[in-house]
Write a protein that binds this ligand. Structure first.
Ligand code: ADQ
Length: 490
């Protein structure tokens, strides 16, 4: 029961996100390599958008190194990316990129929106100017591509100023904005020095979407408290004669892709190997970007607590954690890598035996068949985010659990907790509680696990897929545009 795409052929959807879903590096033509080496990349937003079947034109940045290429090399790169991927790259100087991406986006907005301490140096005027300049560079490329009637769908916290810049140039453009991370309470949001500029720009969109109802509510109360004339209406915010519809639209995954992966021989081989190695032990899996919002330290402490409070579980389980390297140019992330490495070593040394280690941890990415195999063999998946927009790992685990009815042990602070009622919910800050919930999940009867799994599986594979998410947003965007035009006509 797939939804019909709601757009006619003439209407295009321009999707704009910070990164295009490819990694770029320079090749060595003397070794027979092409001038540019392009590889598809992963990540939450990418996984979500890849999973939806609506046709769209994707506009975004290719990452560091592209800004310092000579103009003619940029032109060649643009042509290759358009030819091989049909994406439209955005270029801006690397120096701006560093302040825009590493500093303003990831040392100010990311921590504040996740209730973490912001780096007080991140709000410096140079970083803010770079954030503006990068958003303007995106606006210029969108402007070149835009034809009246197109829908423009802007993604995430790196591009908060884009709706405003687009609206300035194109009063009748249809603009939607989706935030992939949580929106903080107004008491926290107001600490952002440029809070008004950000809200004003977001209110220039016709539709603003969030993963969870509480994020939408925080956004509305922030507007009400910080924007003088903002009025909350039934569907959104009215300010300066503009109506902005606000919606909750939790993202999903392409579950079919995981079900197909499980059928592949490569995945099946991985599954047999994993099961052979961890013969008769319970397997707990964790997959996260190494990011302080994912609660890796709390997770490891909960594993330690489980070993302490249930000594009978020693040698009866193994915790397999994949930590994908992330944002290694940012100091806070380098510190976290060290802390996690140290903790894994300490817990293994204290509780391990020469023939058994409680924790197996790797600090690198794994390919899709191996990821699917890990999900499939695990009796439980532990998600300990202290705050998370949605958390796609939780959904992916559910998709791979038809055979085993494994337990999803999910933090109450992940957006996914509002969408997946069949989860074992825990507060990751309460280490004793997490250890107990995990223990109960491991010893739960098959009947209990099956009932819980069924509820989640139905949502992940049918009612809450990436396709539904995108179609619902685009459909709502059309309605929101009509509603805001009606207000303007009054
Ligand atoms: P992220 O913070 O990146 O996303 P998440 O939603 O968990 O977090 O998505 C991570 C994605 O990367 C998953 O699809 C996962 O499979 C993939 N991945 C992780 N480790 C991998 C590995 N080792 N190898 C290959 N792939 C790996 C942000 C927000 C989230 C929100 C998403 C989507 O922070 O809260 O759910 O956007 O909106």
């Amino acid at each position: 029961d797939q939804m019909e795409p709601v757009t006619s052929q003439a209407t295009r959807i321009l999707v704009v996100s910070n990164r295009l879903p490819i990694n770029f590096s320079l090749g060595d033509p003397t070794k027979g390599e092409p001038e540019f080496v392009l590889k598809p990349s992963s990540g939450g937003l990418v996984t979500g958008l890849r999973g939806c079947s609506l046709p769209f034109t994707w506009i975004g940045w290719l990452g560091f190194g592209t800004g310092s290429l000579p103009k003619d090399a940029q032109d060649r790169l643009r042509a290759v990316v358009q030819r091989d991927y049909s994406f439209i790259p955005v270029f801006f100087p690397d120096e701006i990129a560093s302040d825009y991406y590493n500093v303003y986006s990831n040392q100010l907005l990311w921590p504040v929106f996740h209730y973490q301490k912001q780096n007080i140096f991140a709000a410096n005027p140079k970083a803010w100017a770079a954030y503006q300049a990068a958003n303007k560079a995106f606006a210029a490329v969108v402007g070149e591509q835009y034809r009246p009637g197109d829908l423009v769908w802007v993604h995430d916290y790196q591009l908060c100023l884009l709706p405003g810049y687009l609206r300035e140039e194109h009063p009748t453009m249809t603009i939607g904005f989706f935030l992939h991370i949580p929106f903080p309470s107004s008491e926290v949001f107001r600490t952002v020095p440029q809070r008004r500029e950000i809200l004003d720009s977001l209110l220039d969109a016709n539709l603003v979407g969030f993963h969870a109802f509480e994020f939408a509510r925080h956004f509305c109360s922030s507007c009400q408290r910080l924007i003088m004339d903002a009025e909350t209406t039934q569907n959104g915010i009215l300010s300066r004669g503009r109506l902005t519809t606000v919606m909750t639209d939790p993202i999903g995954i392409d579950a079919t892709k995981f079900l197909k992966l499980l059928e592949q021989d490569e995945t099946k081989d991985h599954i047999s190997q994993l099961l052979a190695e961890f013969d008769k032990k319970k397997i707990i899996v964790g997959v996260d970007r190494v990011d302080y919002t994912k609660g890796l330290v709390l997770k490891l402490l909960a594993i330690e607590q489980l070993l302490k409070s249930h000594p009978e579980m020693r040698e009866k389980f193994v915790f397999l954690q994949v930590g994908v390297p992330s944002r290694q140019d940012v100091e806070e992330y380098q510190d976290l890598v060290r802390e996690v490495n140290g903790l894994v070593g300490r817990i293994n040394a204290e509780f391990g035996a020469l023939h058994w280690m409680p924790i197996r941890y790797i600090n690198r990415s794994v390919d899709q068949p191996y990821l699917a195999a890990l999900y499939a063999v695990a009796d439980a998946c532990l998600v300990s985010s202290t705050r998370d927009g949605m958390n796609l790992v939780a959904l992916e685990y559910v998709a791979c659990q038809e055979g085993r009815y494994g337990a999803l042990v999910l933090s109450e602070f992940a957006g996914a907790a509002s969408s997946l009622p069949g989860s074992f919910i825990h507060n990751p800050w309460n280490i004793g509680e997490t250890a107990e919930v995990l223990y109960n999940a491991l010893i739960a009867s098959e009947e209990e696990r099956r009932l819980k799994h069924r509820r989640n599986f139905e949502i992940v594979t049918r009612t809450g897929t990436a396709d539904r998410w995108a179609n619902l947003f685009i459909e709502e965007l059309g309605k929101a545009y009509a509603a805001s035009s009606a207000i303007l006509a009054e």
